[in-house]
Design a protein around this ligand. Structure first.
Ligand code: KIV
Ligand code: ZN
Length: 514
């Protein structure tokens, strides 16, 4: 029997620290449920002390997720630990992750603390966290640039205080694989009580080495890897979950451990995170990029036709590519629709909501005969945003686009029960439509990102548009999907404008004082 490698996903916490990758509470719950379906062991849902909204988001994920452990991050401060403990009360299985910096530069410049004081804070935090749960993780922040001797002392002390997981972060992405692996081996060997805790790693990708460093650590005794979907995360991101998991799975001849993930869910998670955050996946991204399994050259194609193993080391369907199958169609009934939506994690709160969503599904099926899971995910996004935030509704949109003429768009909106109609010109149909909406709402928000992705294949596919807006330092993402990309763009823009009109509940982690 091989050891189990624990997969700790921090898309909802470190992933959200990517500039612009903000998520609402409900979006976090949807991603949390998708991670749970993939059988991720631990989901770090956020930083409860950062703001009331962050607290509520962690609480909502803790209440919704049953099969994965839900974790909350806390600085080594009583008030942070208490907030995390409180937010996680509803979880079936909870973990508190507390951290304090241990590198000379962080201790001197940021914390202005002596090393002995840092050890005291760490021990106190772990003991306090143990009052809420017996599953406590400790991280010496910037461990990659910390002195090994000091790491040994602080880690021995926190194990003694009750920490069950010791996470070694390469916070600034400075490490290289051989050296990082050796550090893990040395720590395990030098710390007298190291057998009482699981060693974990958390690598950032500043030098493009996050996955390599994580895997080197695994070869040297780490049995938990912290990672994110699509490698999202602060600056250059974190180690990518899909790359770590598939490397370990594909090279079972090499790695001494296995994960228990349902890898077929990888692609769905990747698309969901990309659509919610507005961070597109590059086509040549390993595992989840559109070209990851495409063979272009004739020699490769010929080989693959003769035997896929000539050029393929993994099966595309093992990470969910062929799951892109038709699941429902024009003739599907309400029951089939309801049960697939439930499998995708969407629960209907009332008969009325089911009827309304089913009606939208039928409308889509009239335009597009084959309905895939990705189409249903887009429908869920639309229903959720309508239910919660969109006090602005698109009633009608008519574009006039002709070669040699200036495109124009006439838009009718309902804003808080008032109907408004306006017309604008633009450089194209999308530009004209967004200008018309902007002037009707009177918004001064600036557009930071506009991206269109085709949800599935074919010219009848829905286009999914993500729009990122910034207003007075606040950043929101809006999504919209439709078989017509001008309408999808209008929906996404309206979704983002609606979010800006609701009071800010969650401070983006980068804007908090933490
Ligand atoms: O990168 C880092 O050091 C972190 C810690 C909070 C684990 O994200
Ligand atoms: Zn990090």
């Amino acid at each position: 029997m091989k050891d189990k490698l624990i997969i700790f996903d921090t898309t909802l916490r470190d992933g959200e620290q990517s500039p612009g990758a903000s998520m609402t509470r409900d979006e976090k719950v949807r991603i949390g449920k998708a991670l749970e379906r993939m059988k991720v062991d631990v989901i770090e849902a956020g930083f409860p002390a950062a703001s009331i909204g962050d607290f509520e988001a962690v609480q909502a994920v803790a209440n919704a997720v049953k099969d994965s452990t839900v974790c909350g991050l806390a600085r080594a401060l009583d008030k942070d630990i208490d907030r995390a403990g409180e937010a996680l009360k509803g979880a079936e299985s909870s973990r508190i992750h507390t951290f304090i910096a241990t590198s000379p530069i962080h201790m001197q410049v940021k914390l202005k603390m002596e090393p002995e004081q840092v050890i005291e804070y760490a021990v106190r935090a772990v003991k306090r966290a143990r009052q809420y749960t017996d599953n406590v993780e400790f991280s010496p922040e910037d461990a990659g640039r910390s002195e090994e001797g000091f790491l040994c002392r602080i880690l021995e002390a926190v194990i003694e205080a009750g920490a069950t997981t010791l996470n070694i972060p390469d916070t600034v992405g400075y490490s290289v694989p051989e050296q990082f692996g050796a550090t893990i081996a040395n720590l395990i060997q030098r710390i007298p009580n190291s057998d009482k805790a699981i060693f974990s790693v958390h690598c950032h990708n500043d030098l493009g080495l996050a996955v390599a460093n994580s895997l080197s650590a695994v070869m040297n005794g780490a049995r938990q890897v912290e990672c994110t979907i699509n490698g999202l995360g602060e600056r250059a991101g974190n180690a990518s979950l899909e790359e770590v998991v598939m490397a370990v799975r594909t090279r079972q001849d090499f790695f001494p451990c296995t994960t228990e993930l349902d890898t077929k869910e990888i692609l769905t998670c990747s698309k969901l995170v990309s659509s919610i955050t507005g961070f597109p996946v590059q086509p040549n991204k390993a595992i989840v990029g559109a070209n990851a399994f495409a063979h272009e050259s004739g020699i490769h194609q010929d080989g693959v036709l003769k035997n896929p193993e000539t050029y393929e080391i993994m099966k595309a369907e093992d990470v969910g590519w062929s799951a892109n199958r038709m699941v429902l169609g024009k003739h599907s009934g309400r029951n089939a629709f309801k049960s697939r939506m439930t499998e995708l994690g969407h629960h209907f709160n009332s008969e009325e909501e089911l009827n309304d969503t089913f009606f939208r599904f039928k409308q889509l099926a009239d335009k597009k005969h084959e309905i895939f899971d990705e189409d249903l995910q887009a429908l869920i996004s639309e229903v959720n945003s309508d239910a919660e935030e969109d006090h602005i509704k698109l009633i009608a949109l008519k574009v006039c686009s002709e070669t040699g003429e200036v495109p124009s768009s006439t838009v009718t909106l309902r804003v808080h029960d008032q109907e408004l109609k306006g017309i604008s010109e633009g450089s194209g149909a999308v530009d004209a439509s967004l200008k018309a909406i902007k002037s009707l709402i009177g918004s001064d928000a600036t557009l930071e990102l506009y991206s269109v992705n085709s949800i599935t294949n074919g010219t009848d596919a829905q286009g999914e548009v993500t729009v990122r807006l910034e207003q007075a330092g606040r950043i929101v993402n809006g999504q919209g999907a439709d078989t017509d990309i001008v309408i999808a763009s209008a929906k996404a823009y309206i979704n983002a404008l609606s979010k800006l009109q609701t009071p800010e509940q969650r401070k983006h982690p980068q804007k908090g004082n933490v």
